[in-house]
Ligand binder design. Structure first.
Ligand code: AMP
Length: 189
């Protein structure tokens, strides 16, 4: 199954996905990490993505889809794939619905926290795209372009919200429990 991890930058999706994947033998695909790796290796995709990422803009959908779709398509239903940072636009969400094996998207975890909490977490993280100006830009893009996907997955009946203004441990308990309860393909409600 595929569990989509939705939520603003700095909410802790990546941390949660890493911990949950390591402890349970699940797969973790972070599009941000894939892109940073492409940039570090100086690949064609990395060179194309670098400017968008440094400014805090989204990398264009066509580049993202090439990178993600083949990996998602190959998923076996015995696997659990935590999809971290994708989709971020409606076009990506539609492509994912079209390419993922039928019935595999059983859960969209929405990690939520106030912007003030996110900004201070991001400033403490020290990544290249974590300057005050770029953070404000990324949060603006999140609210305009990515946040509407919460309603999209709610309408599909797969959304669960996790209050992420809590300890890493408390959020992890909810994350793992929610994924486990959706493992058997039973009705998400
Ligand atoms: P993240 O590590 O998820 O915060 O992603 C870091 C940066 O990679 C983002 O600010 C975007 O520039 C880019 N990125 C990651 N995932 C996507 C995506 N699904 N669509 C477009 N850009 C993305």
């Amino acid at each position: 199954m595929i569990a989509i991890l939705l939520g603003p930058p700095g909410v802790g999706k990546g941390t949660q996905a890493k911990l949950a994947a390591a402890a349970n033998g699940w797969k973790h695909l972070s599009t941000g990490e894939l892109l940073r790796d492409e940039v570090a290796r100086g690949t064609e995709l990395g060179q194309a993505a670098d400017g968008y990422m440094s400014r805090g803009d989204l990398v264009p959908d066509d580049l993202m889809l090439d990178m993600v779709v083949a990996r998602v398509n190959a998923i076996d239903d015995k696997d659990v794939l935590l999809l971290d940072g994708f989709p971020r636009t409606f076009e990506q969400a539609d492509a994912l619905s079209a390419k993922a094996p039928s019935g595999s998207i059983r859960l969209a975890l929405y990690f939520s926290a106030p912007d003030s909490v996110l900004t201070s977490r991001l400033l403490g993280r020290g990544r290249k795209d974590d300057t005050k100006e770029v953070i404000t830009h990324r949060l603006g893009i999140y609210h305009k372009t990515t946040a509407p996907l919460v309603a999209f997955y709610l309408a599909l009946g797969v959304l669960s919200e996790i209050d992420s203004d809590r300890s890493v441990e408390a959020i992890q308990v909810d994350t793992v429990n929610l994924v486990r309860t959706h493992l058997d393909g039973s009705d998400p409600s």
